[in-house]
Unconditional design. Structure first.
Length: 311
């Protein structure tokens, strides 16, 4: 038997009409919709499915339908892994971190030991899906080697241009460091930097073997770098194609095909969210001022998501 409470129903109608007037749609957990969300703040592929963070919560698109997952509103960071479909991590401004192993159907806390600072970015290690890195606001980098069960502090914030800077976007790049590991690339308000996963020091992105360059004191080879003075707001790549790296700046989308040494501008539209299909590094989804869009050629040309074969 279903009991309707007239007062509660009336309040829901008033709230719904108010949201509609502001161009917003509230979707209850578990309910589905066919159209893409109006406002997207984060994107991630989970296998063939797509995850979209919105001010209202977290949506999953599968079988031509968007379904709201049962998490709090406003996730600010997402991470998935190409070798573990269903593994999803989501972080919030209040420092909480949740983990799902079934694509978002159920969740568990994964923030025990973290200091409670806003989780600006998350990434799973390219060669070790149980290893998670988190960039925390006002803090630095933290690492969990057991999927979020326990955490340890591993690196201070990068010191660039005479000041420390928060990491705004973090990606694990399966590109050899020359020191026996791989890289973590970080986007900051002062530009792009990187640190080896041994966490010895933050370094510029240079051509060739980083250790040999440091030991020899060589001057870095001139390269077509990202624009100076612009924040690197988003970094994205397909883990199995680490040489192809995307960066979103206020001036638009930039592309590197040599692991961040040389860059070329792909588009001029600023982006809010960006993700790359782990099975196809040329398949890119982005959210910007013109809504959700799809590229099948690595960012050269774009199609509205609603008009694409993705939808």
């Amino acid at each position: 038997m279903t009991i309707f409470v007239a007062g509660a129903l009336s309040r829901r109608r008033v709230l719904s009409s108010g949201l509609a007037a502001m161009g917003m749609t509230m979707l209850a957990p578990g309910l589905a919709r066919s159209s893409p969300p109006d406002t997207v703040t984060g994107l991630a592929f989970d296998g063939a499915a797509l995850l979209a963070a919105t001010p209202d919560g977290l949506l999953r698109r599968e079988a031509d339908r968007w379904t709201r997952l049962d998490v709090p509103p406003g996730p600010v960071s997402l991470a998935t892994h190409p070798d573990r479909p269903g593994l999803v991590l989501a972080g919030w401004k209040d420092g909480s971190l949740r983990r799902s192993q079934d694509g978002g159907k159920s969740w568990s806390a994964a923030d025990d030991g973290l200091p409670g600072a806003a989780i600006r970015s998350l990434t799973l290690a390219a060669k070790a899906p149980d290893t998670v890195y988190a960039a925390l606001e006002g803090d630095g980098l933290w690492r969990s080697e057991n999927g979020g069960a326990t955490w340890e502090f591993v690196m201070d914030r990068p010191y660039l241009g005479g000041a420390e800077h928060d990491v705004q976007s973090l990606v694990s790049v399966a590109h050899e460091t020359g020191m026996g590991g791989i890289w973590l690339y970080a986007g900051t308000r002062a530009g792009l930097t990187r640190v080896p996963d041994c966490f010895c020091r933050w370094q510029d992105v240079v051509a060739g073997d980083a250790m040999e360059a440091l030991v020899a004191g060589d001057t870095p080879v001139a390269a077509a770098s990202l624009p100076e003075g612009e924040p690197v707001e988003i970094l994205a790549l397909a883990p199995n194609a680490p040489g192809r790296l995307y960066a979103a700046l206020p001036s638009g989308l930039w592309l590197s095909e040599d692991a961040g040494v040389n860059w070329a501008q792909a588009t001029r539209e600023p982006l809010i969210a960006l993700t790359v299909d782990p099975s196809d590094p040329l398949h890119v989804l982005a959210a910007g001022t013109t809504g959700l869009r799809v590229s099948r050629d690595g960012g050269t040309s774009w199609t509205s998501y609603e008009n694409s074969k993705d939808n």
